[in-house]
Design a protein around this ligand. Structure first.
Ligand SMILES: Cc1cc2nc3c(=O)[nH]c(=O)nc-3n(C[C@H](O)[C@H](O)[C@H](O)COP(=O)(O)OP(=O)(O)OC[C@H]3O[C@@H](n4cnc5c(N)ncnc54)[C@H](O)[C@@H]3O)c2cc1C
Length: 293
């Protein structure tokens, strides 16, 4: 099956926060023929199409969503093209970043170590320009393979796209756009050195973030020159709880679902945190997490 359609998938089962009501449908696309099928099926599925990866940056409201989720789910191994100084790595959007990083580690491919500990998919990492400690996905990206219902599949160079802090804009006027694959420019290195750098990034995160809790990572972006976590902390939000949701006592910018949390509680806590930071510091925090109301 190159395209699988699922009716009424629950966002709570598709997001790391474990929150959210049902969407209308989910289209799981495994190969290019599946994309052709998708183009034919999409108009009949209803609602707005929305790409979804590992759901690790999504906060979905509890009620029903007028959405068709579209998931790139190709399972091909990455393709490598070696040149004198660099290795071009082409990888499907559905591959998990942790898996890609594991491959880089084994093969001694350097350049993506800064993405260690990010539980998203390759497509989600491009769409969010994910990163940490000053490194982001766009740094090593050479081009992206995009799909729109009207144009089908095509490559677009990274230079033709705009990337910013947690922002990607392909510069296209399309009502729906799927990242289907990405190509990264990496360099050959000693696998032990790559492993050591990844271990260093992960150890730093594990010491300061609730890496295994049900969360969506940082909920707010860092304002220019400031840490959102520190602002929330100093505004008294660390450990602040509402029902089954709380601002982690390890890192105040991580909103955690303790198990029985609801999106309504999550959104109320986020508002509370924003208001507290605005009142104390005059700074308005912007969402990093993608909120589906
Ligand atoms: C424990 C934890 C730690 C985290 N740490 C970090 C961190 O250090 N740095 C960081 O940047 N983020 C971090 N995150 C957030 C998250 O993992 C990243 O934003 C990640 O890149 C999201 O990828 P995803 O596949 O889960 O995307 P999703 O959450 O599924 O989607 C996020 C957005 O990307 C879009 N999207 C997803 N896939 C595609 C696609 N194929 N084509 C087009 N659009 C797409 C969606 O429409 C949505 O707008 C963390 C999350 C958790 C849970």
């Amino acid at each position: 099956m190159t395209l699988t359609l699922v009716r009424n998938p629950r966002l709570s089962a598709r997001t790391t926060l474990g929150l959210g009501g049902p969407a209308l449908a989910e289209a799981i696309v495994r190969d290019e023929a599946g994309l052709d099928q998708l183009a034919r099926e999409l108009p009949g599925l209803g609602g707005r199409p929305m790409a979804i990866g590992a759901g690790s940056n999504l906060l979905a409201a509890d009620g029903p969503h007028e959405l068709t989720l579209v998931r790139a789910a190709g399972e091909d191994e990455p393709q490598l093209e070696s040149h004198a100084e660099e290795v071009l790595v082409r990888v499907g959007a559905g591959m998990g970043l942790p898996r890609l990083l594991g491959i880089c580690q084994r093969m001694g491919l350097a350049g993506l170590e800064g993405l260690t500990g990010i539980p998203g998919s390759v497509g989600g990492a491009v769409a969010m320009n994910a990163g940490s400690y000053g490194v982001c996905a766009a740094d090593a990206l050479t081009r992206v393979r995009l799909w729109t219902p009207k144009r089908g599949l095509f490559w677009r160079s990274a230079q033709a796209c705009a990337f910013d802090y947690r922002r990607f804009d392909a510069g296209l006027d399309a009502e729906f756009l799927l990242v289907w694959a990405a190509e990264f420019r990496l360099t050959q290195d000693d696998p032990a050195d790559v492993r050591a750098r990844m271990a260093g990034v992960y150890a730093k995160k594990k010491a300061t973030q609730p890496v295994t809790a049900k969360s969506a990572g940082c909920v707010f972006k860092n304002p220019e020159g400031k840490s959102a976590g520190r602002l929330l902390d100093e505004a008294g939000m660390r450990g602040k709880r509402l029902g089954g949701m709380f601002f982690s006592d390890m890192h105040a910018n991580f909103l955690v679902n303790l198990g029985e949390g609801t999106a309504a509680q999550a959104l109320e806590l986020m508002d509370f945190g924003k208001n507290a930071v605005r009142a104390r510091f005059g700074v308005t925090l912007q969402n990093e997490v993608v909120v589906l109301e």
